[in-house]
Design a protein around this ligand. Sequence first.
Ligand SMILES: [Zn+2]
Length: 430
Amino acid sequence: MIASQNTFIKIPTIILFTLTVILFVFASCAQLDESIIPYDPPGATTETRETIPQHKRIIGAGSPKVFIHNNFDGARFNDFYHIAGDTFAVVIAPENAPINNSAWYAFHITTEEARQITLRFKTENGRHRYHPKLRFHPEGEWVKADSSAYRPGPSQNTAELDLFLDEAGITVSAQELINVAEMTEWISYWDSYSYLQTGTVGYSHEGRPVPYFYLSESPDNEHLIFIFGRQHPPEVPGTLAMKAFIERMLEDDHLARNFRSVATVIGFPLMNPDGVYHGHWRHNAGGVDLNRDWRDFHQPETRAVRDHILDVMENPDARIYYGLDFHSTSYDVFFSVDRSLPSWPENFADNWLDGIRLRLPDYELRDDPFGVAPPIVKNWLYNTFQAGGVTYEVGDTTDRDLLKAVARAAAASLMEEVLEVYKNEFGGEF
Ligand SMILES: [Zn+2]
């Protein structure tokens, strides 16, 4: 009796314990997933959806008239009108909704007679996020709007900016404007190095080229690093970090030369050219977040890149050392792959991050590994090839010199670690 009572008590206890463990594990995964995709609506798919077109135009309002222009690559505003006195409203709306809160804007503003104005931002379907950057001449440097002239609020979707305008006007942008033309110029400049070759991996919804590059001096393409950029159009700090990272690998020092002699970096630096061109907050011209399409591949941009990588990996000797996908959010963080999952090379992420810490001991490096369930590119690399990877996030307001220093340290540490693994596995003196 006692034994059977004990058994009676034990079974539900075991079941309860197991259920608790299962629930805890699922709750943790859900939490981790939500930490990176908090806005994704339940049941969201990546099938093409409608986007609301932004009309490229010039609007004049007030007296003397103030003119606002969005007829250029990367621009965005959706409406403009005179409120009263010297105050004007500029309306910022996304390409469709629901959408991640990344309210991008970029426009040129002029006047027929020099005057002081106050610009009131009104954001639809999201909060005002970016502190304005200003450019006073077409070839000039971007400067952060003076904080005495910029007032976020009074509500979360509004902000005010005081500007002194003349006929030449000012370009106002959520971040430094790095549009399709500027990225194309970078890529063609890199192409002037004998060890960097570029091409087109495929075409976007609207027929814009999706570029790729190969950075290598090795005789084969078997020891691979993958780089992804600009899946999300407004994420300029991540793009600046990617540029500094790539340029470090192009340098003519001992480390970079040795690295290039064995490794090949294959990069897709402008994954979403339509979104960048139209000043989208998040999506491609198919109205979809490309970094949620790495399971179903409904979009031409993700399909083209996937097919290229699958082709490269047809070679049985090809192996992926690591993948890096550059983004921006409110602070610097490396979202790496959960370290308890097996991957090759072993401990690559730990050694790589330690190398960054060693180079920048004062930099507070945040490493936030999570599981491989969300359909994002680094998880596709893991789930397909058991390769490690990172979503390399740079803060919206991170100092531009610091983000470059971190990216250079990250590139140097990665090159060193690739050489270390290569030496251990295949021999060689560097
Ligand atoms: Zn992003």
